[in-house]
Every structure is written in C-alpha cells, then in structure tokens.
Design a binder for this molecule. Structure first.
Ligand code: 5AD
Length: 348
C-alpha cells in the first residue's frame, strides 16, 4: 500500500482499484502514511501556512429541497432570516478589525439575493476594502449572472458538486440536474473565478465507487478549492435518521484530494469539527489548509442550521479566532489571518 501512496504522491493518480482500497482503508498504519504524504505535498506548495477566512451566513431562506439540508424550503420549522445589507457590512467591518482579509458570503438560494443584489453588495465591500478577497457561496445562477458577480469584484465562488453520481445527485436534490451543476462550475471557471467544489461523505446509498468518481472529477477538473465534509443529520429533514458520515473515510478522501489536486485550498470543515471534537485538527493533519470561522451575528448562527449541532460555538469572534490560532499552532502550523489566502496560481 505504501508503494501505491508513493506513486500517487509522485504522479497524482493511481489505478482505480488502488484508489478504492485507500478510500476504504481502515488500517491505521496505511492511513497514517497517507496523511503523512498528503502533509508533505501540502508543505511543498503552501509551506506551514493555514489560511483563516471569515464566514458570513447572510440568509437561510432557500427555494431548494436538498434532502439532507436543514434550511430546505420544506422545513417549516426553520426560523427564517435575511441579514440587512448594513448587517452584512457590519460583519465585514468587525472581521476586518480582527485582521481578516478574506470573507465568504454564504446563503440559501434566496430570490432576494439576485445576481444584481449580490454584485452591488460585493462592490460596496470592495470599494471600502479593495485588497480583501470575497468569496460567494450562493448556489446556481446563469453564465451572465456569474459574469456580473465576477465583474463586481467577486474573487471566488463555492459550489459543491455534492456527489458525482448523477443518479444519487438527482435523488437527493429534487428538481435539480447534475448537468446543470457541472455547467455552473465550468461557466465559473471560464469566467475566471477561483472555484471551489466538493462533496458530502455518507449520503444514504452512496458507495465507495461514487467517491472514486468524485476524486476522478477533482483530478480532471482541478478546482482551486475542495470542500469535503461528513454528512450530518438534521432533525427536520427526510434524512433525520441517517447515520453520520464516517470520520476515517472523510479524512482519507481529504488526504487523497490533496495528492490528486496538490495546489487546492482544502478546508477542514465545520461539519468535521461537529462530528468529532478535534475534527478541525484532524482535518489539518490529513492535508487541509483552510479554516473558516463563523462571523455571522449570533442570532443568525442559531438559525443557519444546515445540520444538528452546527452552532454549538457562540463565542465572541476574538475568542473564536484565538482558539483557532492556538489549535493550528498546537499542531505545528502557522495560522495566517491577515492574508487573502489565494490559490498558489493566483498570489497576492
Ligand atoms: N450535512 C453535511 N453537509 C451539509 N451541507 C448541507 N447540509 C449538510 C448536512 N446535513 C453542506 C452542503 C453544502 C454546504 C454549504 O453545506 O455540501 O454545499
């Protein structure tokens, strides 16, 4: 198995059967070696640096029906909110004062936030802080709409493909098409965003062969960011009683992604740190190099409940930041808050 990992490290791919073995591996020695090589690869590109970004969840209103997600339209028990624009700007100001230079604005597919509206918001932020990086994570739009957002100063866009299996994708996302998902990603790449995609580990009926398809997609598409997190049940969704995604499988898939897309920005996700207490550290030690800290107003955090247990940390932003920095330094890495945290092909 070590030979397979060494070859993966050198060439960025391996025979499908061998990748499958690594996705499935429960052998501690093998997995430790996989993580070690993922860390070596990360170090070659990004040194010891871990980028810290601020996340602002601006709306939990959503027209979609994703069966795993707590803010799906059918969840009548979700307490809906939409931040006023001034509140969004206030979150950016607060984060900026704390040293953040990169922000992710994320929301449900809320019709109020049209491409024009989002572009206007990004432009307002960029006029005030021209040097920071802004990422949007707002779902599916047309080519022209994405183009508008790019022209307004948006640097990056996150849109997970969620699963590369068309069949599984369409069964968990009613009235959505896998083709359109990929079309959105290709459009954004052409437009010039740094784009992030990724998938959920542990959706019901997902097989290891499907994760192999996810990794093959990442190899071919080479997104700038790859977000991989465990499925976490939410009590008011159709998947309320589905088991959580597996920790080891999630970490193996993160490490494999690092070897397959060496330059990628890979977050150690909130879902991972909700799954297990030291999830954030384990993600970093499997090859992640990004941490996203929640800068949403406390009242919004409780309501942006994609899955149960997500909002257990309601500390002050400064404390949250200090805790994250300490944790990152504790495992021997360098926490960078004052950086745009660009992909290595972009640079400051
Ligand atoms: N468990 C894990 N991840 C989830 N997401 C949404 N709901 C869940 C859940 N229940 C992820 C999706 C989405 C991102 C914003 O959050 O992958 O793209």
């Amino acid at each position: 198995m070590k030979k397979i990992i060494d070859n993966l490290y050198k060439s960025g791919w391996e025979q499908p059967d061998n990748i499958l073995k690594l996705i499935r591996s429960k052998d501690e020695e093998v997995n430790e070696y996989l993580y070690k090589m993922a860390l070596r690869k990360k170090r070659e590109i990004y040194g010891e640096n871990i980028f810290i970004r601020g996340l602002i969840e601006y709306s939990n209103i959503c027209k979609r029906s994703c069966k795993y997600c707590g803010i799906r339209a059918e969840n009548k028990l979700a307490d809906r909110y939409r931040l006023a624009e001034d509140d969004i700007y206030g979150c950016i100001d607060d984060g900026y004062k704390l040293g953040f230079r990169t922000f992710v604005l994320q929301g449900g597919e809320d019709g109020y936030f049209s491409a024009d509206k989002l572009s206007e918001i990004v432009k307002t932020i960029k006029d005030k802080y021209p040097k920071i990086a802004i990422t949007l994570s707002a779902g599916e739009y047309s080519y022209d709409e994405y183009k508008k957002m790019k022209n307004s100063g948006t640097d990056r866009y996150l849109l997970r493909h969620e699963t590369k299996s068309k069949h599984l994708y369409e069964s968990v996302h009613p009235n959505m098409s896998y083709e359109n998902r990929e079309r959105c990603l290709r459009n954004m790449k052409e437009i010039g965003f740094q784009i992030g995609t990724g998938f959920i580990v542990g959706l019901p009926n997902c097989t290891d062969e499907y994760y192999l398809l996810d990794l093959d997609f990442i190899r071919k598409f080479q997104p700038h960011m790859v977000g991989i997190g465990p499925f976490m049940p939410q009590k008011n969704t159709p998947f309320f009683d589905v088991a959580k995604g597996e920790l080891t499988k999630t970490l193996n898939l993160m490490a494999l992604s690092r070897l397959i897309a060496p330059k990628a920005l890979i977050p150690s996700t909130t879902a991972l740190s909700t799954l297990v207490k030291d999830g954030r550290k384990l993600g970093i030690l499997a090859g992640a190099n990004v941490i996203m800290l929640n800068l949403s107003p406390p009242s919004a955090r409780e309501k942006y409940s994609l899955y149960d247990g997500k909002n257990n940390d309601n500390s002050d932003n400064l404390i949250t930041l200090q805790t994250a920095v300490k944790e990152i330094e504790g495992v021997g890495y360098n926490a960078l808050v004052g950086s745009r945290g660009d992909h290595s092909d972009y640079g400051e």
